[in-house]
Design a protein around this ligand. Structure first.
Ligand code: KG4
Ligand code: ZN
Length: 341
């Protein structure tokens, strides 16, 4: 049995959690900086680092309180080593190492994407390797064959924008707040797909994806409607949102089905911020029944960045724990490179 304190600080969420390898998730605390960055339309790295610094210790204290334990009950500290923003990562890394040094606790550096990829293991319906993982977040759109935990093969990637980025950039064009994915999803509930948008590379015959063309298509649509003196509000706005959601989810789904077919794997895991999208989940659930595969998601609250997924990944990486408190972070880090590390 091991009890892990997890620390996530790679981008604009400070996430802390305590995960017990036998009892599961004991507590988690999260502070989102979204409001801070919203006025700039995206994450400002320096502001992110400073805010992590302000919030991280109070969140750790709160999490320990919630789990009714102290640092004496903790066996190891896991933190996000990368990929992410350099300064933001350094806050988590230095706090993890300082607490580790002061309390003689081992430290486990964790890959942020491995955290996302394993987060469905925090749900009631848990996947078992091998599975294909669709990792769709603000920074990544990847299809990965998980042969076993720790052995990852990249099957397909986006050539340009990530799926979440496509949601965010098109949302910005429509005047919606940052990050736009959930606002598009909310509007789409009352929309019809009245403005069919391109599905780039849908029939490319490989597992590569591309979402940047969608921005141009949405921009063209907006100026066409404006020329016709049609206001982008109410039903029109909802219909555009629905059209965007359908285009992005169609590409993600088509490529995921091809990955399952090519790899002959029968389970699909969807994770990362975009896995919170209910249309994506509903469409996949239907297809899973039709094509006879299983599909798994993280709990809704754990789709976007959080400490629980880092604590969980730390529990799986216990063998990598170290007691020397010198550390570095890896702002760029390929997930497939952690195999056998
Ligand atoms: O995994 P995440 O928290 O951060 C990264 O590691 O990038 O993902 C954030 C992304 C954003 O692009 C956000 O717009 C998107 O996830 N997102 C959604 C939804 N909720 C969050 N996209 C579509 N539908 C949603 N409901
Ligand atoms: Zn993330």
């Amino acid at each position: 049995m091991a009890r892990i304190l997890g620390i996530e600080s790679s981008c604009d969420e400070t996430g802390i959690a305590i995960y017990d390898s036998e009892l599961g998730l004991l507590a988690d605390t999260l502070y989102s900086q979204i409001e801070l960055h919203r006025q700039y339309g995206g994450v400002v790295p320096e502001l992110a680092s400073r805010d992590h610094l302000r919030k991280i210790i109070p969140l750790i204290d709160e999490c320990l309180n919630k789990a009714q334990c102290t640092l004496k009950d903790i066996d190891a500290i896991a933190y996000t080593e990368g990929p992410g923003l350099n300064g933001a990562l350094l806050v988590g890394a230095s706090v993890a190492n300082a607490i580790g040094f002061a309390n003689n606790l081992p430290i486990i550096p964790v890959h942020h994407l491995e955290g996302h990829l394993l987060s469905p293991l925090l749900a009631e319906n848990k996947p078992q390797a091998p599975f294909v993982a669709l990792l769709a977040s603000g920074g990544h759109s990847q299809l990965i064959a998980v042969h076993e935990i720790g052995n990852y093969e990249l099957l397909g990637d986006t050539l340009d924008d990530a799926a979440g980025e496509a949601f965010d950039k098109t949302a910005k064009m429509l005047g919606l707040p940052y990050p736009g994915g959930k606002f598009i999803a909310k509007l789409a509930v009352n929309g019809q797909e009245s403005y069919p948008l391109p599905r780039p590379m849908l029939h490319s015959g490989d597992l590569a994806m591309s979402f940047s063309g969608l921005k141009t298509a949405v921009l063209t649509l907006i100026s066409k409607l404006e020329q016709q003196n049609i206001k982008i509000e109410g039903q029109v706005l909802a219909d555009i949102a629905k059209s965007i959601e359908e285009a992005i989810t169609d590409v993600l789904i088509k490529k995921s089905l091809s990955a399952l077919k090519e790899s002959k794997i029968k389970s699909l895991v969807v994770s990362g911020g975009v896995s919170a999208n209910l249309t994506l989940r509903q469409k996949l659930d239907k297809l899973a029944i039709k094509h006879g595969f299983k599909v798994f998601y993280p709990p809704l609250a754990l789709c976007t960045d959080n400490g629980a997924m880092i604590a969980l990944a730390g529990a799986y990486r216990l063998a990598n724990k170290k007691l020397n408190y010198s550390f570095s972070v890896r702002p760029r880090w390929d997930l497939t490179k952690i195999n056998n590390e």
